[in-house]
Each structure stands twice: as C-alpha cells, then as structure tokens.
Ligand binder design. Structure first.
Ligand code: FES
Ligand SMILES: [Fe+2]
Length: 351
C-alpha cells in the first residue's frame, strides 16, 4: 500500500472539540489571547471562576478584548470601554447619552462553547458560530481521582498534519529517540500490532509493552497498554497494571498553519508514582524535543513543496489519519453519518 501526497495547507476540522489549554493557564479575573486554528481567541475566566472563550476582536473596531480588563464578570474593551459578558453579548456602551436608544444586546462577539474538565479546557470550533455542539466534548478514559499529575507541552513549528503524522509514526523510534535511557539504535526488531476502528479513530489493541521499553518495568508485571487515536488529533494511552491505572493523554492543537501545540498530560491513581515526576520531567522534555526537532528539520524543507510518500504498514496509521479527516469533512458537508474508513487489521513493521 503506497500513497503519495503533495504538501498542502492544513485543513482544519470543524464542528469538533479541541483541547484549548490547561485550566491553570487561565486564572480567575484574567484573560489570555491564543491563536487557535488561525483564529484569535480570548480565553478568559470570570472572577467567579467560569472559563469562557470569545473571538479576540472587539466588534466595535477590532481591538483585542484580551488587552482589556474585567468589570465584574464582564470584559471591558480597552479602547472605548464596551463591555461583553461571558456569552459574548454587549452589556454596556459608555459613549451613549440619554435618548440614544440602542438595543445593545444585539451586538455580540463570537462565543465558543467551552467545557472544563479534569484540568483541561475544551473548545468547540463550529463551522457556524451559533450552532450548538454536534458532539459532546471528549471524556478521558480515566476514572481515578484528581487532575493532571504531569504535563509536558511544546509548540512544533509545522502544521497540525505534520505534527500528528510525526507523533503517530511508528518507524522513527530507533532513529529519533535512540538514547541511553530509552533504547539503543541497534535494538530495531519486527513488530506486529492489531488495530480496530473506534467511533472517530482507531485503537491499537491492548498488548504487553515491548521489552525494550525499559521505563515500563518500574510498574510491575501484568501490564497492558491500549493506545487510541481519535479526531481531531487526540491520543490516549491507557496503562493498567493490577490496580494501577495511568492515562497518558496527548492533545495536538493547531495554533496557526505553522504552529502546533503538543500537550502531553498524565493522570494516575497511585500517588507513589508522583515520586517519579522530578525524574520524568527532563526525560519528557528530551523525548518530545526529539520529535519537535525532527519535524522542525522537515519544516525547513516544506518551502520546496516535497512529496510525502506513505508506504506500507509503518505509514498506514498516517494514511488512516488523512482518510479519517477526509471522511469527517465529507460527512459534515453531506449532512450524513460518519463512516469510519479504518479496517480491523494487523500492521507489521520493524522499529
Ligand atoms: S474598539 Fe472596542 S470599544 Fe471600541
Ligand atoms: Fe516520537
């Protein structure tokens, strides 16, 4: 199976939830500007604690609302003081004098549906600003206590597609991640993994981790790992060992056409694992940095519009990613149910 693609501008999926930020990024009574899917978005949290998202452009003359301040639970634009509530409705225009009747509530700024759960802020990027979300926000496959125990986050200087394909690609491990603490370049060997479609993605079915994944050994025996990928660009790795339950969650969020944020968050139910977090931190930084470095190199070639070859089993997850995206866009455009194009199959490669 071989496919060839030319480099294209990324197409962003609409009518779907993206992981916008971590809860801690937005403090009560504060606002922050963030580009998401090439759109300026103001992420805010009212003094009473509600997180919300508005288009970061004042409808009066386009000044970023994120440069303003809170007045009560409303946002005040720094230019002429127009105020907006968390729903994006205008609540005050200070320049109006008596007799200048205006229905100011008809003035609004785009509001994005936002949900906060387990330390994550989810944003719904709908095609239509006024439509209700077509899907519930993603729920994490983790039922233990608490929020994120460990976070590593980096911005990759390439599009979402190169970032997702770079992270899901199984064949780069021995070349990009060879290091004394993980695995040696010479340890390459044949692998076979079983895959099945999920609702909007695919799963690599539960398996014992490979022997060369040394860090897994500290968890004890009887370990199973299940990795799922789901649209738009979310990866869940569930590790179970006896009563221990770990979720490694990776969100890939497009900021702009050439800036993509990768957020890796770990949750676990055994507090003892937290003893390892000071140790994990530098390794996670190095590990994600290796992925970042290789796609940065790749990004430097993109101006020459290289072709992308996707060959045989090692590149099949990448092919599925593009097919899932295409099917998402087509099913939305045609107003029909999503039909998952991923088959149940076994993929074989050496890595
Ligand atoms: S530009 Fe925002 S109030 Fe005028
Ligand atoms: Fe990698």
């Amino acid at each position: 199976m071989t496919e060839s693609r030319t480099t294209e501008e990324p197409q962003y999926l609409r009518d779907i939830w993206y992981c916008a930020a971590l809860s801690g990024d937005v403090k009560p009574g504060k606002m922050t500007r963030k580009m998401l899917l090439n759109e300026p978005v103001m992420l805010g949290r009212t003094p009473s604690g509600e997180a919300f998202a508005l288009r970061d452009l004042c409808p009066h003359r386009g000044v970023p609302l994120s440069a303003g301040r809170f007045q009560g639970n409303d946002v005040e634009c720094p230019y002429h003081g127009w105020r907006f509530n968390a729903q994006g409705r205008c609540t005050a225009i200070p320049s109006l004098v008596e007799g200048q009747e205006m229905d100011i509530a008809r003035i609004g700024v785009r509001r994005y549906p936002m949900v906060e759960e387990r330390g994550l802020l989810w944003i719904y990027m709908g095609a239509d600003a006024n439509a209700a979300p077509a899907l519930p926000h993603p729920s994490l496959p983790y039922d233990g206590p608490g929020g994120p125990r460990f976070v590593e986050r980096q911005v990759f200087p390439v599009s979402i597609d190169y970032t997702v394909v770079g992270l899901m690609d199984p064949a780069h491990g021995p070349f990009v991640h060879s290091s004394w603490f993980w695995r040696k370049a010479g340890s390459i060997h044949a692998k076979a993994k079983n895959y099945a479609p999920t609702e909007h993605g695919f799963a690599m079915l539960a398996h014992e981790p490979s022997k060369n994944a040394g860090l897994y050994k500290v968890l004890g025996g009887g370990i199973t790992t299940e990795i799922t990928f789901t649209l738009p660009s979310l990866r869940y790795e569930v590790i179970k060992a006896g009563k221990n339950h770990i979720l490694g969650f990776t969100a890939v969020t497009p900021l702009t056409d050439s800036q993509t944020e990768v957020t890796q968050v770990f949750y676990w139910n055994n507090r003892l694992f937290s003893l390892f977090t000071p140790l994990m931190r530098p390794f996670a930084k190095i590990f994600m940095g290796q992925d970042r470095k290789i796609v940065t190199l790749q990004g430097e070639s993109l101006k020459f519009n290289p072709r992308q070859m996707l060959i045989q089993d090692a590149d099949v997850p990448a092919m599925w990613y593009y097919r899932l995206k295409k099917e998402w866009m087509e099913s939305r455009a045609e107003g029909r149910a999503f039909i998952n194009p991923v088959p149940t199959t076994t993929l074989r490669w050496r890595s």
